[in-house]
Ligand binder design. Structure first.
Ligand code: GLA
Length: 364
């Protein structure tokens, strides 16, 4: 069988952070930057993996548990086999435009590109949304069980289901995924992603710790997940730290709804205000921001962004800002200048438009 080529996007989350694993709401956008894989099926269960971004080739069996980036590929193949698909061994090569460690879900892009290519090899119908949802679930299991990162599912879901020109409203209580048109261009606005180049790793502990605290807060309230908690009920949480964590999650879900309403009304100032409020909540209540993210957000706002917030898992990574198109260069220059003045590594800035979900590029 000939090789297949498949690709999947990174993502930037517009709003709704650390809500996915709490049965909550989020509103991610697929990036134009993609990860592309070329997969040649083998007739044994060996994986031979190379990447344009990595020096090392990894070779082993599908059921081996490699470390590093190879785990994402092996994990997806194994998860699809666990689902009953006859996923073969592969000679795979990877090439990615999604910056690694920037909080822009390069790992989900790799997982979903592999899942999409393997789906084509085993003859699954990628036009069927249920198939895509199943692939997203396999990618989530690969990340949780094989890689060992306790992430929530937003990244893989948007990488498999995004539509160009739209954000995707995800509700982790009922599993729904609703495209939300994002006509920023017509409003003279752009989304600016600022990668602080402070690297975080989701397996590091900070993310897992927040997840654990959310579970404890839900336990203290006697609810299954924080999605079922009301703002007024949080007073009964005795531990002030757990109370703040829960307050972030409960108010963040409300902000996602406000953001969707504001987008529907084309009320960009209102959208910007909830982005700002989200950043404050992550900085003060959830405590996942850092000096570089705060500097990026504050500088972008001062230089003319309507609103800005850190995005993704936190502890480094990227910020996202809603910026009038004519101020985009000035905002970027100000951010670079502020980082230079503070003696920090220069961030990387990207103006992004909502991209397309994982797709087959060629074959079989
Ligand atoms: C990471 C995880 C997601 C989500 C975000 C925070 O990107 O992979 O599942 O929890 O952090 O919103």
């Amino acid at each position: 069988m000939p090789a297949v080529v498949a690709s999947a996007p990174g993502r930037v989350n517009l709003i709704g952070e650390h809500t996915d694993y709490n049965g909550g709401l989020c509103l991610p956008v697929a990036l134009p930057q993609r990860t592309t894989v070329t997969l040649a099926p083998r007739d044994d269960l060996t994986l031979r993996l190379t990447s344009a971004q990595e020096d090392q080739t990894w070779e082993g069996r599908v059921e081996d548990h490699p470390g590093g980036w190879a785990a994402y590929v092996a994990g997806v193949v194994q998860a699809m086999r666990d689902d009953g698909h006859a996923a073969p061994g592969l000679d795979a090569s990877v090439d990615s435009e999604v910056p690694v460690g920037a909080g822009l879900s390069s790992s989900a892009a790799l997982e979903c590109a592999v899942a999409t290519g393997v789906a084509a090899l085993v003859d699954l119908d990628l036009a069927d949304r249920r198939v895509r949802r199943g692939l997203a679930q396999a990618c989530i299991r690969a990340e949780n069980e094989y890689v060992g990162a306790p992430t929530g599912g937003m990244d893989q879901t948007v990488a498999m289901l995004a539509e160009p020109g739209h954000a995707l409203l995800l509700d982790f209580a009922d599993g729904s995924a609703t495209p939300v048109e994002l006509p920023l261009d017509g409003a003279g606005l752009v989304l600016l992603v600022i990668d602080t180049r402070v690297s975080h790793a989701l397996t590091d502990g900070g993310y897992g710790n927040r997840r654990q605290e959310c579970a404890e807060a839900a336990g203290a309230l006697g609810v299954r997940s924080l999605r079922d908690a009301s703002l007024s009920s949080l007073r009964s949480i005795a531990d002030p730290v757990l109370r703040r964590r829960a307050r972030h999650v409960v108010t963040e879900n409300l902000r996602v709804l406000s953001a969707v309403g504001a987008i529907g009304d084309r009320s960009w100032e209102a959208l910007a205000a909830v982005l700002d409020a989200s950043h404050v909540s992550m900085r003060d209540d959830f405590e996942i921001s850092c000096r570089e993210l705060d500097l990026a957000v504050e500088t972008a706002r001062t230089a003319g962004a309507l609103g800005a917030r850190m995005t993704g898992g936190g502890f480094g990574g990227s910020a996202v800002a809603l910026v009038p198109r004519q101020l985009s260069s000035a905002v970027q220059d100000s951010v670079l200048g502020a980082f230079r003045d503070a003696g920090l590594t220069q961030p990387a800035c990207y103006v992004v438009t909502p991209g397309e979900a994982a797709r087959l590029e060629s074959g079989p």
